[in-house]
Design a protein around this ligand. Structure first.
Ligand code: FAD
Length: 811
């Protein structure tokens, strides 16, 4: 398709002006209004945007401006502290003209700054564009060595090292940047890693050195990584990477590094497709087993017919945009008549009132996916159509959990919500922020919208655009050899070697010490002899940070709250090694990867790897038999031992039982029929060993990944992305990023910290080239970035309080 040029209809009904009029409505009335809109137009959206990113940017712009307003308006003294901090950073008093210009700018935009929520991002960017800030190139330059301590050797710590190496190389190649008689800037860094390996939450467990005898205990799939790490953004680059990897496979001589329990430097380094879905995977809920494609040999004719029908369905689906009003009408009708009218039961798992269950039959007939679309889609469509309007709509419910929203706003009953949670995600998951659930759902299913494009000839064509967002149609990848390969390759590229078994237990800011000694870092076995640095990048999870003594690093109250309270999910995985990949063979034929889901104790998700599909069917193979989150993971985790698999006999038996329940097909044709006991006996026989892991009980992780709770986006995100301790301590890592819970978020957060350090050392001019060489920091805005840096310079006594900043009325 030619470059899409979106043509948004002029008569669009849901404009910012219309929204303004509606802002005062109560959440319930607002929802009614929202769901009654003319959805035809809204589904004609401009092309792709990274909504999750856009959401976080807008929120951070709003919050930082709100904070500035609190400084200027509410307490002049606080603003004086800002001026003092800027004076210090520049090494000279800031010009009175700047203060005057800034005052003028503030007066002009006072109304917006008092309540920035009502200003869209483009408008905000325009206002920010006119904001005078001092020339960053005039910040006092630091020359010579700048010592940085990087706490943690996970992907964000290693990536920060890689970026510093790049900056050093750049400075060597461009010596004129410093003044001639000064020693050029050079970052030296130490990576202090508590464990005896690098990688943190990227960790591949190898049962043996044999090919494919592994599973990924942490991150296993990805859609978007910075090129240097080994994965690429586009198909074309992916192919190039694969080609290059094949060529390099025999030549590369990597340095020896601790990146797991196996050095597999001789394996080919390739990206493999990761399959999210397959028709052949089983499901099991409410004690009922179900295969979409039943067992039994399909004749060639039957198979051809099935594939043809599937293709037709796909084609139909491609051209069909289910109008929201149809979804709404169906849900409304179901509410009106909860027990439904139809004779034929759609209740596969017998959970409805028709089958002595609790969930209204009409809802079950509609399906969980439709009910969740009813709740999420207005926001998803709106954010694609007119981001600001969608953002405003979603932010009204920032304080809601998913459960609250579904109950209070959608009016679903307790049993329906439980069923939705069980079939959609982990137990307890619906206590997370509604905002988080909507944004996260973009990752796995983006709404289809209609985009009008202008071709080179000027003709307008219409098409359906949904593959720019990350969606089931997006290509997901895993790495041949496991994600640990990414870490190995990255670590190979970083200069020096991380220090292992270095547990950081505290940090202090010494404002009066020499520049390279202002940050003291205390290590477990190094008593009162702290390491001394110019700046520190802390990449540990917030759970690990909460154990450190951080009393003397001038944490802001928002940061303290985030370190203690930001919500993390638990997660466990169990990889099982069998004598052969039985799931690929008859009668299961799960030969396309994919995921099975159930409400069973251990097998809430069972992941069929794509890396061993084409291996011999007669040799041992690994299945990711159990992948759990939330409360399910907490319960499985309580059975996991450090000595796994030793001492886990009960867990192993539960797991084999659950696998047998999940895969036993009671409806299989006679020639393939096996009783449940036979399936279980066969799995027991094929079982060789297993390995289980609980990320909550990894004392250097303490929580698998951040999943924001109600209100936490607004109140915590801007503080987490801000340095503190004279802007010398940077919180980095997955949780602090807009794409939290993903590798890509961890990488972005390191880039942010390195940019802040370039401001701090007066080398702002490098940032543009840094972005050109790597990737720009998503959502980067120079003015906001500058203010985050300046606010990070302030001592606690000069900071604005949450109450000062909080002009937003909670809904
Ligand atoms: C089960 C699971 C599945 C996942 N699946 C995916 C996926 O499929 N795709 C994806 O993109 N992402 C996935 N993720 C998320 C991804 O793994 C993380 O976002 C990323 O690895 C986080 O990297 P990080 O550097 O921020 O943190 P970490 O990897 O946690 O690194 C922090 C480091 O700090 C060290 N440390 C801790 N305390 C101290 C201390 N006191 N002193 C010194 N060092 C310390 C730790 O040992 C660790 O090495 C998954 C995560 C988990 C847990």
């Amino acid at each position: 398709m030619s470059d899409p040029v979106a043509v948004v209809p002029d008569h669009a009904p849901f404009t910012e002006a219309a929204l303004d009029k509606k802002l005062g409505l109560s959440p319930k009335k607002y929802w009614r209004w929202l769901t009654n809109l003319d959805w035809e137009n809204i589904r004609h959206a401009p092309p792709e945007r990274d909504v999750r990113q856009e959401f976080a940017d807008t929120l951070i712009y709003h919050e930082v401006l709100r904070e500035l307003d609190a400084f200027i308006e509410k307490d002049r003294q606080n603003f004086d502290a800002i001026v003092e901090a800027i004076n210090k950073a520049f090494g000279k008093p800031i010009s009175p003209e700047w203060i005057h210009d800034f005052d003028q700018w503030y007066k002009k935009h006072k109304r917006v700054l008092e309540n920035p929520d009502r200003t869209s991002k483009p408008e905000m960017v325009k206002i920010l564009g006119s904001m005078p800030i001092p020339d960053l190139k005039e910040i006092e330059k630091t020359y010579g060595e700048v010592k940085v301590g990087i706490v943690g050797g996970g992907i964000s710590g290693l990536y920060a090292g890689r970026l510093f190496d790049w900056v050093n190389e750049y400075l060597e190649k461009n010596p004129k940047i410093g003044e001639d008689n000064m020693k050029p800037l050079r970052f030296s860094f130490e990576i202090l890693e508590a464990a005896n390996r690098v990688g943190g939450r990227i960790y591949t467990h190898h049962f043996s050195p044999s090919r494919h005898d592994y599973y990924d205990v942490g991150a296993m799939r990805t859609f978007d990584l910075f090129a240097d790490v080994g994965l690429y953004r586009t198909e074309q680059l992916t192919q190039q990477a694969n080609e290059a990897a094949k060529d390099n496979a025999t030549q590369e001589q990597p340095k020896i590094s601790n990146c797991g329990d196996h050095d597999h430097s001789d394996s080919p380094k390739q990206l493999l497709r990761y399959f999210m879905k397959s028709d052949r995977t089983p499901n099991y809920f409410n004690d009922i087993q179900h295969y979409r494609v039943p067992h039994g040999e399909e004749t060639a004719a039957q198979k051809a017919k099935r594939l043809e029908t599937e293709q037709q369905e796909k084609e139909k689906d491609k051209n069909k945009l289910e109008p929201y009003k149809e979804i709404k009408a169906k849900v409304d009708a179901a509410r009106e008549n909860p027990h439904g009218k139809h004779g034929k039961s759609a209740d596969t798992y017998r959970i409805s009132t028709k089958n002595y269950g609790d969930v209204p039959y009409a809802y079950v007939e509609l399906g969980a996916e439709t009910l969740l679309k009813y709740a999420y889609d207005p926001f998803k469509y709106l954010m694609r159509y007119n981001f600001y309007v969608g953002y405003q709509a979603l932010m009204r419910y920032e304080g809601y959990s998913v459960r609250e929203f579904l109950s209070k706003i959608c009016k679903f009953d307790f049993y329906t919500i439980n069923w939705l949670e069980t079939s959609d995600s982990a137990t307890g998951w619906f206590d997370l922020a509604f905002t988080e659930a909507v944004l996260e759902s973009f990752t796995f299913s983006a709404p289809k919208v209609c985009v009008k494009s202008k071709g080179k000839d000027g003709a307008t064509t219409e098409g359906h655009d949904h593959d720019h967002e990350i969606s089931p149609d997006t290509n997901w990848y895993c790495i041949e050899g496991g994600t640990g390969e990414v870490i190995r390759r990255l670590n190979d590229k970083v200069s020096g070697e991380p220090e292992y078994n270095r547990v950081v237990i505290g940090m202090k800011l010494k404002r009066d010490a020499p520049d390279n000694e202002k940050m003291e870092v205390y290590l477990k076995d190094e008593g009162q002899n702290p390491r001394k640095y110019h700046s520190v990048i802390n990449t540990t999870t917030l759970g690990c940070a909460s154990r450190m003594d951080l009393k003397n690093v001038e944490l802001q109250t928002g940061q303290k709250a985030a370190i203690r309270m930001l919500r993390y999910s638990a997660s466990t995985k169990i990889g099982v090694k069998f004598t052969d990949p039985w799931w690929i063979k008859e009668p299961y034929v799960i030969n396309e990867g994919g995921v099975a889901a159930s409400d069973l104790y251990s097998a809430r998700m069972c992941v069929y790897p794509s890396y061993n599909i084409h291996d011999s069917h007669n040799r041992p193979a690994v299945l990711l038999a159990s992948y759990c989150w939330g409360q399910d993971a907490e319960r499985v985790g309580s059975m996991i031992k450090k000595t796994s698999p030793e001492g886990e006999e009960i867990l192993r038996d539960c797991l084999l039982r659950d696998l047998a329940r999940l895969h036993h097909d009671p409806k299989a044709p006679a020639e393939l029929k096996m009783s449940y006991d036979e399936v279980l006996a066969s799995l027991r026989k094929k079982y060789i060993t297993h390995h289980s892991y609980d990320w909550n009980h990894d004392s250097f992780v303490s929580g698998a990944f951040a999943v924001f709770g109600p209100g936490q986006y607004r109140k915590m995100m801007p503080h987490l992305q801000r340095p503190t301790a004279d802007s010398r301590l940077h919180f980095v890592g997955e949780a602090t990023s807009n794409h939290h819970a993903w590798i890509v978020g961890a990488l972005e957060s390191s880039l942010r910290a390195v940019c802040h350090l370039l401001i701090k050392t007066g080398h702002w001019d490098i940032v543009k080239d840094l972005f050109a060489a790597w990737d720009p920091l998503p959502g980067f805005n120079e003015k906001i970035f500058f203010w985050q840096y300046v606010l990070g310079l302030l001592p606690p006594s000069s900071q604005a309080t949450g109450q000062d900043i909080d002009t937003v009325k909670e809904v």
